[in-house]
Design a protein around this ligand. Sequence first.
Ligand SMILES: Cc1ncc(COP(=O)(O)O)c(C=O)c1O
Length: 389
Amino acid sequence: MAGSDAVYLDSACQTLRPYQVIDAITSYYKEFPACGGRSVHSMATKVSMSVDRSREAVASFFGCKDPRNFIFTKNCTESMNVVAKGFGLKKGDAVLTTDMEHNSNHVQWVEMANDIGVRRKITRTSVTGEFDIENFKKELTNDVKLVSMVHTSNVTGTTVPVKDIVQIAHDKGITVLIDGAQAAPHMPVDLKKLDVDFYAMSMHKMLGPSGVGILYGKEERLKKLRPLIWGGGTVGLATYDTVKITAHPEKFEAGLMDYAGIVGTAAALDYLSKIGMDNVRKHSEGLQKLIEKELSGTDAITSVGPKDPSKRSSIFSFNVKGMGSHDVAMMLDNADKIMIRSGMHCAHPFFVSRGLEGCARASLYIYNNEDDILRFASAVKKLAATFSK
Ligand SMILES: Cc1ncc(COP(=O)(O)O)c(C=O)c1O
């Protein structure tokens, strides 16, 4: 967005990228555009070493020692599917999710219910998406083999208590997969402390390149997990009739990878580390308070997530009385150069269950400032005054 006077409030979809990330990506294409883990010439060796360095950067960013527990995928959706399809769920096994999952933690369960008879259980949250630990305990019956839940909702911004969820599930011997797409970019996430079995995320939501995702898995879990995609790079020796699958992470990284994206990933995490994830979180909290101060007195504007701005992470979802969410988004863009998201945000069941047709969503990141929020709030109030009579 160099030179633009627009306000970008769609970071829950993809963030903007700093020059350091863009430079890292182009350095791959300019200086060592070869493959990793295959050819032995010097340029390819540089790629392999860069992939190793990025993996180390990811592990240390998320509080882990062993980089080999981190797999590069193409996005959070793929990471979630690797676990869903590779975990070995059988007919009658149940998966427990919340009622506010993104489609990347929903569609596969519906498919697997139809295909192999996996049962889907849902723990209900409040109307505004707040987690209820007692409901969760009730739903955690013995047939549940996998708890698969969103860490921070992309609609309400509410965050579930992962540490408690993991402890309760582990006490019953149940494995936990967490969709960290909206949490990893906005708060410190220490995977060792959370003790989670699997954790999925997308780098393009945290300053990184488009199309790079990460899947974390505990050692013993990754050993047992079956790859989703098979081919070059995943095998030791193959004969015409047999293959010997290699160890993780390589067994999950079939075919040539997005090396430019993997190099850019390290630059993104380095950038965020220098700011500090606590500061990232505090910055959004401050801007959320300002949104609340500016918009809370306007009856025609209703928020979809919690009223308390400290519970909304970086997300402010709302509706303007008398207007559809796409109209709100288009008018903010056309009249005020403010870019937000609208619709059902790939979380259709959440909206249907609450009788909502969708909502507008402003999502914040480190480059947004108070001026952006004041401009956004004033434009939304102008819409409400014009169309909500
Ligand atoms: C909570 C949540 N989970 C998963 C995803 C899917 O991410 P991706 O499209 O990068 O795979 C998103 C995307 O917005 C999300 O918000």
